[in-house]
Design a protein around this ligand. Structure first.
Ligand code: SF4
Length: 446
C-alpha cells in the first residue's frame, strides 16, 4: 500500500484499532444503502463477526488497490464524531481526521488531490467543495448523513425570515452563519457583508459585526449564539430568540405582539432557533457532580449557556481533543460533547494514565450521552463502496457534492443548482469564509 504523507497541520488522531473489538456498534439494514452500494454491504454483513480480524482484510482487498492506484491524488477524510470506528479506518488508509474547520481547508491546501472522499455530514463536504480547486471532486460516502442542527436551518427555512428582517432593517442587518450551515446559507451571510464563524471564533466574528454597528442575524445555533453574546457582554435584553425549522420559517414580524416587536427592534442579535440535540442534553448539575468528584469539566459551546457558564473550560472539538492530549497523567476530565468523540478520547487518555468520562453519564442517573447518529450513517461498506466504485470509474453521481446542493437527508432527494447559480453561491460563501479568516487572524494578532 502506498504510504502518503500527512499535512503537518493535522496530526494523527492517536486513536488505535483494538483487536477483537467489534468495529461497528450498529448495522444498517440493507435497504438503507443505495443500490450500487448494496453488494458491498451484503459482503460486509456476511462476515462472521465484525472484529478487526475479519473487517480489515475485507476492507484491504478493496482499499489497498485504490490507495496504490491513486496515491496522493485521493484523500480520505473523517470527522472526530464518526462512530463505527471509521476514524480509525480512515487513518489506516492514509486519511485524515479533523474538525469541521480543518476539514474545510483540506482540499484547498492539497492541490495535488483530485478526489476527496469524506465520511462525515453533508455541510462539511460542501464546505470542502466550496474552497476546493476546480480540478478537485468531492464525494460523501453517504449522502443521507446530515447535521440535525443544519436540517432545521435550511435556506428555505431562513430566506423568508431574512427577507422580512431585511425589509425592516435594510443594510443594517448582517448575517453571521455558523460553519454548520449549507453553502446557500453561508452565501446569504456573504451577500450581507457578514461572515461564517466556528465554535472557536464565534465571539470574535460577532464582536467584529457588532463593532460595525450592525444588527446581527445569527444562524443556526441558538446556544453558540448565546454563549458568544455572553462572552462579549451582550445582555439577554439585547437578544431576540426566533424560532427554528418550520416554526421559525412560519414566524412573521407582523404576527409578533407589540412588546415582542419592540424587543426585536431593540435587539443587537437575533438568534435563529436551531440547536444540536447531542449537545443540548447537558445540564449544570452534571458539571457540579463531576467537579465535586475531582474532575475538570470541559464543554463544547454548542451546549446550553448555563452549562458553559459553570464549566472549567469551553471550546471547539479541536480544543477538547488538545486538552485530552495535553492532560497530565493522573488527571481526570469530564467532557460534554458528542459520544463517539468522548469514547475515542477515553481510549486515548487511558494509555497516558488520564481518566476521561462523559459529562452526561452521572452514576445513578438516567441521563446518557449520545453520539451523532446521522454522521454515523457512514460505515465501512459506504467507504469501501465509494472508493472501489471510484477506482472502477463508476463513482455514483448521487455521492458527488457540489456547492449549493440542497439535500433532504430523510429522502435522499437532492436539488442541484445550474453552473451560473453555483458560481454565485461559491463566490458569496467564499467571501463569508474569507472574512472569518481575516477577522480571526486580526483578533489573534497574526
Ligand atoms: S453533533 Fe450535532 S452539530 Fe455536530 S454534526 Fe452532529 S447533529 Fe450536527
Amino acid at each position: 500500500m502506498t504510504t502518503r504523507s500527512l499535512d503537518r497541520s493535522v496530526r494523527f488522531s492517536g486513536i488505535e484499532i483494538v483487536p477483537e473489538v467489534p468495529l461497528c456498534q450498529t448495522d444498517l439494514p440493507l435497504d438503507r444503502y443505495q443500490e450500487e452500494f448494496q453488494p458491498y454491504a451484503e459482503e460486509y454483513l456476511a462476515l462472521p463477526d465484525r472484529t478487526p480480524e475479519t473487517v480489515l482484510p475485507w476492507m484491504d482487498s478493496y482499499l489497498k488497490p485504490a490507495c496504490d492506484e491513486f496515491g496522493d491524488q485521493m484523500m480520505l477524510l473523517a470527522h472526530y464524531y464518526m462512530g463505527g470506528e471509521i476514524v480509525k479506518l480512515v487513518e489506516r488508509y492514509g486519511g485524515r481526521i479533523a474538525d469541521s474547520y480543518e476539514l474545510a481547508l483540506q482540499a484547498r491546501q492539497h492541490s495535488q488531490v483530485k478526489w476527496v472522499i469524506e465520511s462525515a455530514v453533508h455541510f462539511m463536504a460542501e464546505s470542502i467543495a466550496t474552497l476546493a480547486h476546480p480540478t478537485q471532486t468531492v464525494y460523501i460516502t453517504n449522502p443521507r448523513a446530515g447535521c440535525t442542527m443544519e436540517m432545521f436551518a435550511k435556506e428555505h427555512h431562513i430566506a423568508p425570515v431574512f427577507e422580512e428582517l431585511r425589509e425592516r432593517y435594510g443594510d443594517d442587518l448582517l448575517v453571521v452563519a455558523y460553519m454548520n450551515t449549507s453553502g446557500r446559507v453561508k452565501a446569504l451571510a456573504g451577500k450581507t457583508g457578514g461572515a461564517v464563524c466556528t465554535s472557536s471564533n464565534a465571539r470574535h466574528v460577532l464582536g467584529w459585526a457588532r463593532n460595525q454597528g450592525k444588527k446581527i442575524f445569527f444562524v443556526p445555533d441558538r446556544h453558540l449564539g448565546e454563549v458568544a453574546c455572553w462572552q462579549l457582554g451582550i445582555p439577554t435584553e439585547a437578544q431576540f430568540q426566533w424560532g427554528g425549522g418550520v416554526e421559525g420559517m412560519q414566524q412573521r414580524v407582523s404576527k409578533l405582539s407589540e412588546k415582542e416587536r419592540e424587543a426585536l427592534d431593540r435587539a443587537e442579535v437575533i438568534h435563529w432557533g436551531s440547536f444540536c440535540g447531542v449537545h443540548t442534553v447537558f445540564q449544570p448539575a452534571m458539571v457540579e457532580h463531576w467537579r465535586s468528584a475531582g474532575y475538570r469539566t470541559l464543554v463544547h459551546p454548542e451546549c446550553p449557556l448555563a452549562v458553559v457558564r459553570c464549566a472549567d473550560g469551553a471550546g471547539s472539538t479541536k480544543y477538547l481533543w488538545n486538552e485530552v492530549l495535553q492532560a497530565e497523567p493522573g488527571s481526570k476530565l469530564a467532557i460534554a460533547t458528542e459520544g463517539h468523540f468522548v469514547r475515542n478520547a477515553r481510549q486515548l487518555a487511558e494509555q497516558r494514565g488520564v481518566e476521561v468520562v462523559h459529562l452526561a453519564e452521572v452514576p445513578g442517573s438516567q441521563a446518557q450521552g449520545c453520539g451523532c447518529a446521522t454522521m454515523s450513517r457512514n460505515d465501512p461498506p459506504h467507504l469501501v463502496a465509494m472508493v472501489d466504485l471510484l477506482r472502477r470509474g463508476k463513482a455514483p453521481d448521487l455521492n458527488r457534492v457540489e456547492v449549493g446542493d440542497s439535500v433532504d437527508e430523510a429522502t435522499g432527494y437532492r436539488e442541484r443548482l445550474d453552473p451560473e447559480e453555483q458560481e454565485e453561491v461559491r463566490r458569496d460563501a467564499r467571501a463569508a469564509l474569507e472574512r472569518m479568516v481575516q477577522v480571526t487572524e486580526a483578533a489573534q494578532g497574526t
